[in-house]
Ligand binder design. Sequence first.
Ligand SMILES: NC(=O)C1=CN([C@@H]2O[C@H](COP(=O)(O)OP(=O)(O)OC[C@H]3O[C@@H](n4cnc5c(N)ncnc54)[C@H](O)[C@@H]3O)[C@@H](O)[C@H]2O)C=CC1
Ligand SMILES: NCC(=O)COP(=O)(O)O
Length: 332
Amino acid sequence: MSDAQALRLALVPGEPAGIGPELCVRLAQRPRDYHLTVFGAATTLRDAAAKLDLPLTLTASPGAAPRPGELALIEIPNAVQSLPGTPDPRNAAAVIEALTRAADGCLRGDFDGLVTGPVHKAVINEGGIAYTGTTELLAAQAGREVVMMLANDIVRVALATTHLPLRAVPDAISIDGLQRVLRILHRSMHADFGIPDPVIAVLGLNPHAGEAGHLGHEEIEVIEPTLAALRDEGMQLIGPLPADTAFLPGKLRGFDAVLAMYHDQGLPVLKYSGFEQAVNITLGLPYPRVAVDHGTALDLAGKGIADPSSLFAAVETCARMVVSRRARLGTD
Ligand SMILES: NC(=O)C1=CN([C@@H]2O[C@H](COP(=O)(O)OP(=O)(O)OC[C@H]3O[C@@H](n4cnc5c(N)ncnc54)[C@H](O)[C@@H]3O)[C@@H](O)[C@H]2O)C=CC1
Ligand SMILES: NCC(=O)COP(=O)(O)O
């Protein structure tokens, strides 16, 4: 990653009682040629390092050369001491402050990209903060429309809707909205992944993509007109495809990305095909943001057995995206 010599990445561990802090300590041990600044509580990170019996030096600012075992820290203290496996809603404000301050740093240009650990949605809401997900939080903060996409080496799955009750999904899918999602996805395939003319498969909403209107009308009334309009602009769009067979390996090889209509239509396939190395990317922000694909794993927190692969992949993906954007868009 020689182009990434000067990269400055902001890192947010997420829920302090989850596996995020210990994964950050493991990440800190890796040799790297980019700077990492973590936004969180020193006590939580030091406790995690002590439990893992790994060295951790927290510094006020990144040193000249990144050193294994060392992280620059922007201190965001927790309201109360965090205990692995037992989240405390009183720490919700600190979790959100860490995310928003790190994102602010990216918006200001102090950092080139943002990497985030898992956040417990219910705990944040129990702490009195309305929160559906970090994707939505960062979009509102940046004033941008965004698309959530999860990716591993096998498949990229973008979502037309994100954290919504299933009952609300059909009403949230419109021609205008789908067009905006597909434009963001198309643009990002080029800017972030170097694919200038991506082939995007679009799933139907209903079983068998609506079975010619006998099992639902959204394909005929919303999805097909959207695809027709964007095909006229030159986009390569396939679909609407029945979701149950769109992910067959032979078909997937022909697609650069798949657009699913809702969270649990696409993500189980992605996670089944490779949970460990998968990452969650927010497309459409002014800076690259990449998160782990997994949640807080409270059942594993503090035991030292959580797999850090997704966080490692998130940092590597974020660094590659920064380099790709610089090459294609300038500094954006
Ligand atoms: N990126 C984020 O901020 C995400 C946050 N979440 C949130 O996390 C919370 C818990 O969600 P769950 O549905 O229980 O999903 P989860 O991913 O925390 O756990 C599901 C299963 O996967 C295992 N697992 C997760 N990460 C692992 C790792 N790194 N190594 C080994 N095993 C691992 C857990 O032990 C558990 O058995 C929820 O509040 C959810 O909203 C969920 C997904 C992503
Ligand atoms: N399923 C993805 C997830 O829950 C994490 O999303 P976000 O908090 O990064 O928006």
